[in-house]
Design a protein around this ligand. Structure first.
Ligand code: FRU
Length: 494
């Protein structure tokens, strides 16, 4: 049965999307069908297609009572919208169906695990969210909420865990057929932790362990945790709120965190070995991964940050995009990310410039556009002093530009969208310490109408930022202070 509230949302999105021309959307990044989008949810491969659900408020381009939007794709790049999957239509989730994930059941149905939210007035008269966990079962199009919802509530929390911050289940199936799930949670003082639950059948869940305790190290509440094996290690991803910067890491307030370590599945003990941000740009949060049928671990994130929302006015017909799906790997103890290889099939109009030596500003024949895959290899020119600065400016015309600049003497790469159409005094820059010797650096820059994603040194660091300027601002130019030598390969993305 489809509730009135879900039916309304489905009718509304179908009509309202007609007002949005194809060219007003990104070409290969998923954006909200209409209205508001935040976190990716239920990212999965199910019945021959990738499914990507998302936190969704169709009626306005700002956050509201959360629904789950839904889209499917065969290649992770061309998305087809399906009708909204979940709406806040039950007494236990009337104030929102918050983030969650998906897994396939043995009988072939798909199980969605999500956070059900109701607002409740507390003794001190403050209204707060009460967060419980609920299930819905479906066929990839329609989902029925489980009659025994919510399946986890405050009674299932370990000592000291807050019922106000208990959300974002990420579920997976173990090799023995049982299910595991991690949740973001906070202690009464707001300090984050990740809780691990287990289930025989996906429906009855029991608390197993506090998998990771923040202990005040990385921000406060940890939202949207994910936990999976990768290249012989185990990786915990999370999006901590209220982070303090640490050197060149964690500058985003609401940031992204990757812990790499080992995991003893018997005792359910995670031994952390290293930490890093996932993304070093401005707009990346709430990542979620899935396993592709060929074994690749693929991650998407919400290509936005709660702190930079004023960049865009809520008057727009859609608000919110997902990042490019990225293949994950571990090399030299670090998380590496590369654009999914499916992107290669979209490349056309190859342009090559080899050993371009220059100082000052240059434009290169055939190099412009807003849907671009461009690889740059920079180095110091033999017999010349090490250059001071290199910059590539794109999405550029007389009024606008977004730039990426590199100072080899400090090894600092900076993304700057000060001149990218924002009328608000919000943060427009982010700096990142990259690996470079003697001025050499490899950059792969992906542009898709309203965003840039920069993969540094084959994915050792990634910087993501949205750019909401007119598409006629499509110039690309290069600048050097000192003599730079550069190889360039550029494709348009069809
Ligand atoms: C992260 C988040 C999640 C929550 C959702 C609500 O961006 O705050 O913790 O489930 O968004 O929309």
């Amino acid at each position: 049965m489809i509730s009135e509230i879900l039916q309304d949302a489905r009718r509304y999105e179908e009509t309202a999307e007609k007002e949005i021309a194809k060219e007003e959307r990104p070409a290969f990044h998923l954006c909200s069908r209409v209205g508001w989008m935040n976190d990716p949810n239920g990212f999965s491969y199910y019945n021959g297609k990738y499914h990507l659900f998302y936190q969704y408020y169709p009626y306005e381009s700002k956050w509201g009572p959360m629904h789950w939007g839904h889209a499917v794709s065969s290649d992770l790049l061309h998305w087809e919208y399906l009708p909204a999957a979940l709406a806040p239509d039950e007494c236990y989730d009337r104030d929102g169906c918050f983030s969650g994930s998906a897994v396939t059941l043995p009988d072939g149905r798909q199980l969605l695990v999500y956070t059900s939210v109701i607002k409740e007035r507390q003794e001190d008269h403050v209204i707060r969210d009460i967060q419980t966990q609920s299930l819905a079962v479906g066929d990839g199009l329609n989902y029925q909420k489980y009659e025994a919802n919510p399946v986890l509530d405050e009674k299932d929390l370990p000592e000291g865990a807050s019922r106000f911050d208990f959300r974002d289940p990420k579920v997976w199936q173990n090799e023995d057929g049982t299910y595991s799930c991690v949740f973001g949670n906070a202690l009464a003082d707001g300090d984050g932790q990740v809780l691990l639950y287990g289930s025989e059948d996906g429906f009855r869940w029991t608390f197993q362990k506090v998998l990771v305790s923040n202990g005040g190290r990385f921000g406060k509440m940890w939202e949207c945790p994910d936990f999976f094996p990768l290249d012989g290690k185990w990786v915990l991803l999370a999006s901590p709120t209220d982070m303090l910067p640490k050197g060149f890491e964690y500058h985003n307030g609401n940031g992204s965190l990757c812990l790499i370590g080992s995991y003893d599945e018997q005792t359910k003990t995670f031994h952390e070995e290293s930490d890093q941000a996932i993304d070093y740009g401005i707009d990346f949060y709430a990542s979620q991964t899935t396993l592709a049928p060929d074994g690749r671990r693929i991650m998407v994130g919400w290509m936005q940050n709660w702190d930079t929302l004023p960049l865009r006015s809520p008057e727009v017909p859609w608000n919110g995009q997902m990042s490019m799906p990225r293949e994950l790997s571990i090399r030299n103890g670090r998380l590496y990310q590369t654009p999914v290889r499916e992107l290669d099939a979209m490349r056309c109009n190859r342009v090559v410039h080899e050993k371009v030596s220059f100082t000052g500003t240059v434009c290169l024949a055939g190099v412009s556009g807003r849907r671009v895959d461009m690889e740059l290899n920079l180095r110091r020119k033999d017999s010349e002093a090490l250059y001071h600065k290199f910059a590539v400016r794109f999405a550029q015309n007389d009024l606008y530009q977004t730039s990426l600049s590199f100072r080899p003497r400090e090894s600092i790469l900076k993304v700057d969208r000060k001149f990218s159409g924002s009328r608000r005094a919000v943060i427009h820059q982010r700096r990142c310490l990259v690996n470079s010797t003697d001025g050499s650096l490899k950059l792969r820059i992906i542009l898709d109408r309203f965003s840039v994603e920069v993969f540094v040194n084959d994915g050792e660091h990634v910087l993501t930022a949205t750019i909401y300027t007119e598409q006629i601002a499509d110039g690309i130019s290069f600048f050097a202070d000192g003599m730079v030598e550069m190889d360039l390969v550029k494709y348009d993305l069809r």
